[in-house]
Design a protein around this ligand. Sequence first.
Ligand SMILES: Cc1ncc(COP(=O)(O)O)c(C=O)c1O
Length: 442
Amino acid sequence: MEEVLERYRGSTPKSEALFQRAEKVMPGGIGHSYRYHWPYPVYAIRAKGSKFWDVDGNEYVDLWMAHYARITGHAPDFIIDGLAQKLSDGLHVGIVNQHEVEFAEMLCDIIPSAEKVRFCCTGTEATMYAVRLARGYTDRKVILKIEGGWHGPNPELMYKITSPLESAESLGLLPETSRYTKTLPFNDIEAAMRAIAEDAHDLAGVIIEPVPGAGCIPADVHYLKALREETLRVGALLIFDEIITGFRVSLGGAQEEFGIVPDLTTLGKVAGGGMPIGIIVGRRDIMDMCDHITRPNTWERVNIGGGTFSGTPIGMMAGLLQVQYLKESAHLIYPKLREMGERVRRGVEEALRQNGINARCHGYGSLYQVVFPFGKDEGIRSPRDILDRTDSQKRDVEYKLRMMNEGVFVVKGGGALSTEHSDEDIDKIIRATQKIAQEMRA
Ligand SMILES: Cc1ncc(COP(=O)(O)O)c(C=O)c1O
């Protein structure tokens, strides 16, 4: 490992110096905890297509793709050129603009659960509002989330995300909140039904990522169907957090792919076209709970209406250009991404296992992650299984550094492919994995 570290340090001196400066003025040297990795992160200076370059001039095939947001690669011309024209009209005006109307219309056209739309600035805000809508609409308190599910640093949902899945995920959260934010096991129908039954009378909603970012193991369709039926039966809302899966697993998201329509959906990432965004869409009667015209009194409405930078013309234009492009080329893009995902998952897993490394590559469509099970790997089906039954948290660090030394930037051993990843990029990922697997075995 010393050799690996030495090589990393040797090729990234400017990043190391920047991180030392950052640590003096920023807690832990970063702004988003996922952007840190030991011993220090590299500082990106430019990104295009499937690659980014750091301040030391190193090139990486990028699998992080801006937190999985860039499905059509970094800085695509169709967005950059569109925004360049728009920029001369000014930046944020704080007045409604026509692009938000066009974008909302397009979302209602594409997303099965979308009858009405609200824009905000981040995915975190979107999940906060979705929870508020569920509680406001049902006049109930309990929200169920899956164990290991991440919905942004939203205080309502900052529970049971990391090992040992027992406590709040931060100081400063009200302990009372955890009385009303509870968890249900992922991909376990019986246990999920028990969790729902326990709070049926006060259950406002169940929020779930159909393919959780924690592990990228897809939900069984039967499990999602059971959640859909049971929430309907007990009068609770089903919320799909599609901030990762929206426009990524298919044009209409996981709800289209799996054929299950939730009551509310949160979107972000890909939908922003590279700009900050959060979106809540859903059933008309639920979304209308935040209509300030029909519900002028704040005590009669679900208040979703802040956000200085919500619906900026530039942000709406970027989202519109992105989704329009995906809509026009969906028939080509999604089958290709799926095929590339399968190839990379197979290639990476084979490379590791052939070298005696007990690893497993999970994923769906263009998403994948690598885990290192402690023993036999059968039956890893949830984020909890990954936390309890794999050595991934420890081994990720070494794996990542080794892959970076080979010019491939991974997160949790994998990441998200884009339409700009070429066959050569995939060859490079698999070759790099073979090389580091041999070194790891040695
Ligand atoms: C599933 C999911 N929900 C919500 C969020 C929060 O989104 P944002 O980081 O834009 O606030 C994320 C971000 O990683 C996410 O993956």
